[in-house]
Design a protein around this ligand. Structure first.
Ligand code: T1G
Length: 702
């Protein structure tokens, strides 16, 4: 293979092969090559049928997403036009789908007359995850082949289907099982079509079969996805495009699709979701570590602490088929931990997520132990005990004695200094932080805390390990709270201070959830436990000794044993699944405000929003300025995947770039003067924010 698109012959079959690694993204050059080879094959009288396939393990990942921001998606040959050319071919064209066919990749196949797929291939239209809709005929051709229900579900969810499901739905015509050469089988199929004098079947000849479509189907479908798509722009346009396919001939339907596509492409949500796509992939790049650094093998894992975190962490590894030795100091604690894991899995079986056999396979990989000797030959140890430095140092000193050379020693600490933990070992180069987020077997985020002496291969090995256990690993530096919890501090501070100044918890949380946060910060404290946040407060009282005001309500609630959901009362009262306002919290706020001489007032939603969100952004700027985070998109990945920041906003730093850093800076400076001593003390603009505003740059530019 030499060029981006090759044309070879097998008898009367012309084989057009896409050859643009790594994913055959349909950028302008690949589109141009495909068009050229197609025209050559059509013009060649000795060719009677054309195959389109790929030289790599996937068919095509669709349009080149990196073209969107540059506006090159519409560059000639425009993909929708090229696909209409395929569909209008006077010769049979067969798509030989040898692997993943996503977005425009699947749309290429849908424009062909017939489709054969390798059994392991996945087919999908994930455009909605990028804030857009399929823009090259997918919303019009898929309903004609698979029916409106399958089509709207695939398009509005973005979820792929297997080749088997695609065959059953009518998306593909033939499935190829077995190991023999798929291309040879595709050529045989193409010749078979010739022998059978198969017609030039196109979607233009098909109408959408609405025979089993209930009258109110699309509105009921809208309702069914309303909660999980709240705040997103594209899902509704996906539905409108499929509705158009049901009502219009193909040509008019394609025009409607183009309008809706352009509408979506121009939204902040599309920019945000496309930002997240690349941000997730950029996390894996560590500028000062060569990509080809050899990695350590992780075949067995030891976990210390069978509590909520240790148990959740263990599940990640046994789910990935990696044996785990779970160590506790007392048998009853170990038994409780193992039982909690079993219970978690039993719930998953009831929900149909796992079968009993799959759970049994996983549990067979889990061995409980009370002896450090059982960790002697593991490749990775993750300590997940209380946030107490002395305890962690004792454990790491013991691991240093017991574990084999080259074992990676990790702490699940959420705030403590990993260098201080490494310092008690003779192998600081093997020590790293792996900060999982609770529930550890659910949350995708993993903060990988790089110590001063952590070896490069340990960093890259844990990044790869993160992908193995289906996490997004973000490498962060050492400071109190690393990236996520450090940004949480001012965000939480403003929320609690605003309650002192006159807002209610439900007003504060309401502003944040209206913006798109999965949960308001005060509700989040009640969920995580005010006893847990009290431990964090205790560990850095001296940092805020100059103004502990904003912590006083939490401290009072803690003293009253009101830890939140776990005790049925915190910032709110919990009555079963219901969350109720607690007038005693308002009274507490009034009392503390009076003691501190704070004049309470009615506070606008806008002030609540700006003080919470802009101080979150400002902390992210400081973190970037200090080099604790490698790039602003890492801060976005942390907050979208660890704290429920809305993906359709792209994360706090992307959101700031979207609204303008000058607006953020102006607000911070305004509150700095408006809020008296409190403002002077806490509303200090990050030097990086000031510099970027002065240079008219964005976080995304650094
Ligand atoms: N465009 C540009 N770059 C892409 C890309 C794409 N579509 N897909 C992947 N990449 C890059 C990615 O950034 C990474 O780069 C490298 O390829 C490997 O990707 C008209 C408008 C196919 C399942 O949403 O889901 O078609 O980091 O690490 O794990 O209607 O890539 O190496 O520099 O993800 O093997 C719709 C997106 C586009 C599919 C392979 N298509 N891609 O996963 O590799 S919009 C998608 C994926 C569209 C049409 C519309 C995955 C994959 P780098 P990777 P992977």
């Amino acid at each position: 293979m030499t060029s981006l698109v090759d044309l070879t012959r097998d008898g009367v079959v012309a084989v057009i092969t896409l050859n643009s690694p790594p994913v055959n993204a349909l950028g302008a050059a690949l589109r141009h090559g495909l068009q050229e080879r197609l025209e050559e094959a059509i013009a060649d009288d000795s060719v009677t049928v054309i195959l389109i396939t790929s030289s790599s393990s996937l068919f095509s990942a669709g349009a080149d997403i990196s073209e969107f921001s540059a506006g090159n998606f519409a560059a000639e040959p425009f993909l929708p036009v090229l696909l209409n050319q395929i569909e209008a071919s006077p010769k049979l064209i067969v798509a030989a789908i040898n692997g993943a066919a996503f977005g425009g990749g699947l749309e290429v196949a849908l424009a062909c007359h017939y489709r054969i797929a390798l059994a392991g291939a996945k087919l999908g239209l994930p455009e909605v995850t990028l804030g857009i809709i399929p823009g090259a005929g997918g919303t019009q051709r898929l309903p004609r082949l698979a029916g409106p229900k399958t089509a709207v579900e695939m398009i509005a969810s973005g979820k792929p289907v297997s080749a088997k499901q695609a065959l059953a739905s009518g998306i593909v015509d033939r499935l190829h099982e077995g190991d023999e050469d798929f291309l040879a089988a595709a050529v045989v199929y193409a010749n078979q079509l010739l022998v059978e004098k198969a017609p030039l079947r196109t979607c233009a000849d098909l109408t959408v079969d609405r025979s089993d479509l209930p009258d109110n189907y699309f509105n009921e479908f809208r309702q069914s996805i309303a909660r999980k798509t709240k705040g997103y722009y594209a899902p509704e346009r996906c539905i409108q495009a499929v509705e158009a396919a049901c009502a219009l001939p193909l040509k008019e339907g394609l025009k409607k699709e183009a309008e809706l596509f352009q509408e979506c492409m121009n939204t902040p949500e599309a920019r945000a979701q496309q930002h997240m796509f690349f941000a997730e992939r950029q996390c894996a790049g560590i500028p000062d570590i060569p990509k080809n650094t050899s990695l350590r093998e992780i075949k067995t894992v030891g976990i210390i602490g069978a509590g909520t975190m240790g148990g959740g962490i263990a599940m990640n590894f046994i789910n990935a088929g990696i044996p785990v030795r779970l160590l506790e100091v007392k048998q009853d604690a170990l038994d409780r931990g193992l039982a909690a894991i079993q219970k978690n899995y039993d719930i998953s079986v009831k929900r149909g997520r796992f079968t009993a056999e799959q759970v049994a396979e996983r549990m067979a990989l889990l061995q409980g132990t009370l002896s450090y000797q059982d960790l002697a030959d593991v490749d990775l140890v993750i300590e997940a005990v209380f946030e107490n430095m002395q305890l962690k140092q004792q454990i790491f000193a013991q691991l240093d004695e017991v574990c084999k050379p080259g074992a990676i020693l990790a702490s699940n600490t959420s705030t403590l200094d990993v260098d201080a933990i490494a310092a008690v070992t003779k192998r600081p180069e093997d020590v790293i932080g792996l900060h999982f987020f609770s529930p550890a077997n659910v949350m995708r985020l993993l903060e990988i805390v790089r110590g001063e002496k952590t070896a490069d291969d340990v960093v890259l090995t844990t990044l790869k390990m993160a992908r193995t256990i289906n996490k997004i690993g973000v490498v962060v530096g050492i400071c109190f709270g690393f990236v996520g919890n450090r940004m949480l501090e001012p965000y939480m501070r403003e929320a609690m201070r605003l309650v002192l100044e006159g807002a209610t918890p439900e007003q504060v949380d309401g502003v944040l959830t209206k913006f798109g946060l999965a949960m308001g910060v005060l509700s989040m404290i009640d969920l995580a436990g005010n006893d847990v946040s009290h431990l964090v407060r205790e560990s850095h009282r001296e940092d805020i000794a100059h103004d502990p005001s904003y912590q006083l309500i939490s401290d009072k609630l803690y003293e009253l044993g009101r830890y939140g959901q776990k005790t049925g009362r915190g910032f709110y009262i919990y009555d079963g699944r219901e969350k109720l306002a607690d007038s005693e919290v308002d009274e507490m706020a009034k009392q503390v405000a009076a003691e501190l001489g704070i004049t309470r007032r009615s506070i606008s939603d806008e002030e609540i929003f700006e003080r919470c969100i802009f101080m979150l952004i400002n902390e992210g700027a400081d973190i970037l300025n200090e080099g604790i985070a490698l790039r602003s998109s890492d801060c976005d990945i942390v907050w979208v995947n660890g704290y429920g920041f809305p993906a359709f906003r792209g994360g706090p730093m992307q959101y700031a770039d979207e609204i303008g850093l000058d607006k953020v800076l102006e607000s911070i400076n305004r509150y700095r003067t408006q809020l008296g001593d409190y403002g002077t003390m806490w509303f200090k603009p990050s030097p990086l924010l000031e510099r970027l505003v002065a240079e008219e740059k964005k976080f995304g530019d650094i």
